[in-house]
Design a protein around this ligand. Structure first.
Ligand SMILES: [Ca+2]
Ligand SMILES: [Ca+2]
Length: 247
């Protein structure tokens, strides 16, 4: 078996990307960790970074004001978006969030091109899901019909929750809408409010995008994989809220 390797996956926890015998890929993964400082907090991440700079066929959109990756240690900007008591990484050191919105849409393209594509599976790691039914993923087909929706499981403060699903049969996913909590991050250390649940994201995993076929609205059975990673429950070191802390 051989494994493909591409830039921007230097993290120790990087999972291999399996390939077919002909070299085509089975899936893609984005852990954010190899993105340069110039494209991380306090600088915005371009929405098409992972189809242009690192072509993996994923382009993001949000009703908010852009996307942010958390800073690495040693930079002038505080790590973990400035909320060290709220978040941790699944893959160090960068996390992902939309700014001024809790919604991120992921559309798929044949990697490195403008050719619309679909995928057959998508999952991600949420960080700090503390309130049920606010954090979810929704899948839409090429006709923009909602074909799947599932909420992430609560993992508590700084907890990690994996949520993913795959289509069955001939179904395909044209767009994924991710809703991360109810609160939003305005900028490093600045939440929209001090009440609502704030949630950010780490690794995205999805099946290799393939050129979109003619929409087939029937028989889109789905197999849900609502898995809670529940990887780590870390106690608040301060035993309570620090000023500026968020839910
Ligand atoms: Ca990461
Ligand atoms: Ca939270």
């Amino acid at each position: 078996m051989s494994y493909a390797r591409e830039p921007f996956f230097p993290a120790p926890r990087r999972l291999h990307e399996p390939v077919h015998r002909d070299g085509s890929r089975l899936r893609r993964e984005i852990n954010w960790d190899g993105v340069p400082d110039a494209r991380s907090d306090p600088n915005l991440l371009p929405a098409n970074f992972f189809n242009v700079n690192s072509p993996r066929g994923a382009v993001f959109a949000t009703p908010g004001t852009g996307f942010l990756l958390s800073a690495n240690a040693g930079q002038a900007t505080p790590i973990l978006f400035g909320f060290a008591n709220e978040f941790q990484t699944f893959s160090p050191q960068r996390l992902f969030t939309a700014l001024n919105s809790n919604v991120t849409d992921v559309s798929f393209f044949v990697p490195g091109t403008s050719t619309a594509a679909t995928t057959t599976a998508f999952g991600l790691i949420f960080v700090d899901v503390e309130v049920p039914d606010l954090t979810k993923i929704e899948f839409f087909d090429a006709g923009n019909a909602l074909i799947y929706s599932h909420s992430a499981l609560v993992a508590g403060n700084q907890g990690l929750s994996f949520l993913g699903a795959m289509v069955d049969g001939s179904g395909s996913i044209s767009r994924v809408r991710i809703t991360s909590g109810l609160n939003t991050i305005v900028s490093n250390g600045v939440p929209c409010n001090l009440i609502d649940d704030v949630v950010v994201m780490d690794d995205f995993l999805y099946a290799e995008p393939a050129a979109a076929a003619i929409p087939e609205p029937s028989s889109l059975a789905l197999l849900g994989l609502g898995l809670a990673a529940g990887v780590a429950w870390l106690r608040r070191r301060d035993g309570g809220r620090l000023a500026g802390a968020v839910a």
